[in-house]
Design a protein around this ligand. Sequence first.
Ligand code: PAF
Length: 255
Amino acid sequence: MIVFDSIRRFKSTRQTLGGTLGLVPTMGALHEGHKSLIHRSLKENQSTAVSIYINPTQFDRAEDLKVYPETMSEDKEQLKSLGVDLLLIPNYEQMYPDTFRYEIREKGFSSEMCGAYRTGHFTGVLTVVMKLLNIIRPNRAYFGEKDYQQYLLIRDMVEAFSLEVEIIPCPIVRDPDGLALSSRNMNLSDSAREKAPLIYELMRSKGSDNEVRLGLTKEGFEVEYVKTKFGRRFVAVRIGTNPTVRLIDNIALIE
Ligand code: PAF
């Protein structure tokens, strides 16, 4: 695996690559969910690139950014043993030479659901993903369905700007008790971790969105939203204190 902390060096190596390149963009703190995206990319492409960049512009709360888990040396070891070819670890100066004067803003769906609770979040996501796609120039890019709203917004951005990349959604990976894997799970206290599988359990119930909301509230979750849309039920909650951990999940509803 070649590790790049320089975008310029990455780009010159990219020019020498033949065959297809798959990209798995991440913010590190890798788990089995990330690994499933990487396995898929390794299977479908001649080369696979992973990026690790904790993108500050997508965090609406400074305290959330401060506690975002960082496990760089373990991440590098894992990526090497998985067989990843290229790892890009850029810094802020390289990713934002414009100090974020320019942004990609979506004017509809990005203000709903997670966007309604995290002002500017999707502008940060879309901007950094546009930058990564331009730098890495993958043929395919892989995104987890846990962040389904993010996946839809990226898919539509790629279409809106005629980008030459295939956006591939990959199924959510769960712990055996049903909790959707997320880097943020590392920040859960023991008692919050014990409660967290209730999100999956309650969201699968036959009740209305409002009933699921009431059930979660009764269990001590601070519910941001429970919403059915696109044949899926979406949930976002916060749990615990110091830090408060924000968890999201969604499932496809079977008719
Ligand atoms: O899903 C994530 O980890 C991030 O939002 C992404 C796509 C890497 C952009 O920073």
